[in-house]
Design a protein around this ligand. Structure first.
Ligand SMILES: [Zn+2]
Length: 464
């Protein structure tokens, strides 16, 4: 019989759950914060100041090693390279990457097992699934090293904000740390080892005040979570004139909208560091002290931004992120075509890092709406409009076809027909008169399986 640990956990008393969270923290601590972690963090802290040439040399060296490993040990790549008459020595560096084909999600789903390296210790692997909103989830396999490097680049960005391991931090992600049927606080659990407080997302909407009080008492040095969840706190704090100063707020996993950043910076009296990381662990992008966009951490993975899967983007052009992780030897992904699109900044950052900058336009391809004449509309544009409607508490755009657009709306008490009329008019300004715009009033908007909020869901694909 297999025990469902999660079920057992849900029925334990709070102090035991705190111990559980801390025990998990201890295991995690040993694995991900030990000697190796500290040495590697020191190394990566230096790497962020590599000149462009030093960075290229580092990438080339790691890429050559990875390609050789793929050729020797990964059946899928051995076959692909033989098919193209490629030997490992034909890929000398980043410039030769284009000799390799793009890797699609479909290929990963079909050939997942052939992408696994034959020479790695199966017991030491970590298995995960991407939380794709459409279709079958994709199975991914990581070795311990890439998990460690991921943790290192995460803490490297935290140290830019002045946060170190062991500092008090509060987290608000989608996590079931508290039994779902709980009606009274605490709606949080404490990890003593790492000094981290984990809030439950499930109980947030009905108990915002408890959350804010707990945050105020806990006095975290930093807060991290999904923008949509932290924004719930920020709106409540704004309405009550509450400010809880912290050193930094970190957001990720959803598109951070400018008004959310503004609200978070006001109520927490600090800068927001939004970061971008794929579950695939081959791209990681972080803000520096200048907050001019996100630096692609190119010592973690090589990132290309491409149009139609054929050529790199030109200045000012959006393209799809294609990623080659440099550190996962269990299931290497080379030129993996992600579902995310972005635009590279054309100027360098004042901080002096050579890591290229992505403009703050990064979004999933499914977050783009399409007009009847085929123009792509970024989620930033539509949300920029709706946020001016103060009588809309929450909303979601759903596009099923090229001629119609549905907007789910949670109204506040002061919402009137005039709001509906003005909203439709402004949407028609963007999408054209022909677009059929339908408003649907609802009492709640469902989250994705992993608890994320999506402002836009497009079921017709915008091409990139
Ligand atoms: Zn910078």
């Amino acid at each position: 019989m297999k025990f469902d640990l999660n079920k057992i956990y849900q029925h334990m008393p709070v102090f035991i759950q705190n111990l559980g969270v801390s025990y998990y923290g201890l295991k995690l601590y040993r694995r991900e914060y030990g000697k190796k972690f500290r040495a590697m963090l020191e190394e990566f802290e230096k790497q962020q100041w590599y000149s462009y040439d030093e960075l290229r040399e580092y990438q080339n060296r790691l890429l050559r090693k990875l390609i050789k490993h793929c050729y020797d040990n990964v059946p899928y790549y051995n076959q692909v390279m033989r098919g193209r008459k490629l030997k490992p020595e034909d890929i000398k560096g980043v410039d030769d990457l284009k000799k390799m084909p793009l890797l699609t999600r479909e290929t990963i789903k079909e050939h997942g097992d052939e992408l696994l390296a034959g020479n790695v210790n199966q017991k030491k692997l970590v298995i995960g699934y991407t939380s794709g909103t459409i279709g079958v989830p994709m199975k991914l396999v990581w070795d311990k090293r890439v998990c460690l490097v991921k943790n290192v680049v995460d803490w490297r960005q935290k140290s830019i904000a002045g946060i170190k391991p062991g500092d008090r931090m509060a987290f608000l992600y989608a996590s079931a740390v508290v039994p779902l049927n709980r009606r009274k606080p605490p709606f949080w659990r404490y990890n003593w080892i790492l000094n981290h407080l984990h809030f439950s997302n499930y109980h947030l909407l009905d108990n915002v005040e408890y959350y804010v009080n707990k945050l105020s008492a806990f006095k975290p040095k930093a807060i991290e979570g999904y923008p949509s969840l932290l924004y719930v706190l920020a709106r409540f704090m704004q309405s009550e004139n509450i400010v809880i100063p912290v050193q930094a707020v970190f957001t990720s996993s959803e598109t951070l909208m400018p008004h959310q950043r503004e609200a978070l910076e006001a109520v927490f009296d600090c800068k927001v560091f939004d970061f971008y990381g794929l579950a695939e662990r081959d791209v990681f992008a972080t803000e520096c002290e200048f907050h001019r966009g996100k630096h692609l951490n190119e010592d973690f993975g090589i990132t290309e931004v491409m149009v139609d899967g054929e050529r790199p983007t030109k200045a000012g052009e959006m393209g799809r992120i294609v990623a080659t992780g440099l550190h996962n030897y269990a299931m290497p992904l080379i030129r993996y075509q992600t579902t995310d699109v972005t635009m590279l900044a054309s100027s360098e950052c004042a901080c002096g890092r050579s890591f290229p900058l992505m403009e703050n336009v990064t979004a999933r391809d499914q977050d783009f709406l399409v007009t009847a004449d085929g123009r792509r509309i970024s989620p930033y544009i539509v949300v920029g409009i709706t946020r001016r409607f103060t009588n809309i508490r929450e909303h979601q755009f759903i596009q099923e076809d090229g001629n119609s657009l549905r907007i789910l709306i949670i109204r506040s008490d002061s919402y009137t027909d005039e709001d509906s009329r003005a909203l439709i008019e402004q949407m028609k300004n963007v999408f054209g008169e022909k677009m059929n715009i339908e408003l649907e009033f609802v009492s709640s908007i469902p989250r994705t399986k992993s608890g994320k909020f999506r402002a836009v869901i497009s079921k017709i694909s915008a091409e990139f």
